[in-house]
Write a protein that binds this ligand. Sequence first.
Ligand SMILES: Cc1cc2nc3c(=O)[nH]c(=O)nc-3n(C[C@H](O)[C@H](O)[C@H](O)COP(=O)(O)OP(=O)(O)OC[C@H]3O[C@@H](n4cnc5c(N)ncnc54)[C@H](O)[C@@H]3O)c2cc1C
Length: 164
Amino acid sequence: MSGIRAGDGAYDVAVIGYGPTGVTAANLLGAAGLRVVVVERDAEVFSRARAISTDEEVVRIWQRTGLAERLKRDMLAERPLDFVDARGRAFVSACPTPRGHGHPPQMFLYQPALEQVLRAGTDRYPNVEVLLRHECLRVQQDLDGVELTLVDIAGDSLRRLRAS
Ligand SMILES: Cc1cc2nc3c(=O)[nH]c(=O)nc-3n(C[C@H](O)[C@H](O)[C@H](O)COP(=O)(O)OP(=O)(O)OC[C@H]3O[C@@H](n4cnc5c(N)ncnc54)[C@H](O)[C@@H]3O)c2cc1C
C-alpha cells in the first residue's frame, strides 16, 4: 500500500456508508447546499433484498428529497400482512389503516431498486461527492471537525479527508 495522500479538501459533512440511511442523508444535505462527501466500501448497491417494507413516516422523509412519488411507483401499498407458522397457517394478520399522514401506512419495497433511485437522486447535487470502493478506517475528532482516514480499495492507497 502506498503512502497517505492528505489535504483532499474539506467538506461540511462526511457520510460513512451509502445504504438507505446514508443515501437519504446525502440527498437531504445536498439539497441544503452543503459540501458532502460519501464514503462507501462496496462498488455497487447490495444486490439482495433485505428491508421489505416502509411506513409513511419514512416516505415523508423521502418526500423532502423530492423522490417520494418516484419511489412509490415501485412499491406495493395497502396489502394485508400475514405472519405464518411452519405449516403456512397465519397466526398474526394485520392490515394497517391510514393515519392521515398523506401516504399509505405500509408499503412493500425491493431494497436494491429503492437504493438505485435514491442514489440517482444525489446526481442532482454537484456538491455531493461519492467515493465508492473507499473504506473509512478511522474518524478522529478535534476542535474543528473530523479527520477521516480512508483506504481507496481500487487504488490500494490511503487518503485523508477533513469534514467540519
Ligand atoms: C439478513 C438481513 C435481513 C434483513 N431483513 C429485513 C427485513 O425483512 N425487513 C426490513 O425492514 N429490514 C431488513 N433488514 C434490514 C435492512 O437491510 C436495513 O434496515 C437497512 O439496510 C439499513 O440501512 P442502512 O443504510 O442504515 O445500513 P446498510 O444498508 O447496512 O448500509 C451501510 C453501508 O455502509 C457501508 N459501510 C459500513 N462501514 C463502512 C466503512 N467503515 N467505510 C465505508 N463504508 C462502510 C456498507 O458497505 C453499507 O453499504 C435486513 C438486514 C439483513 C442483514
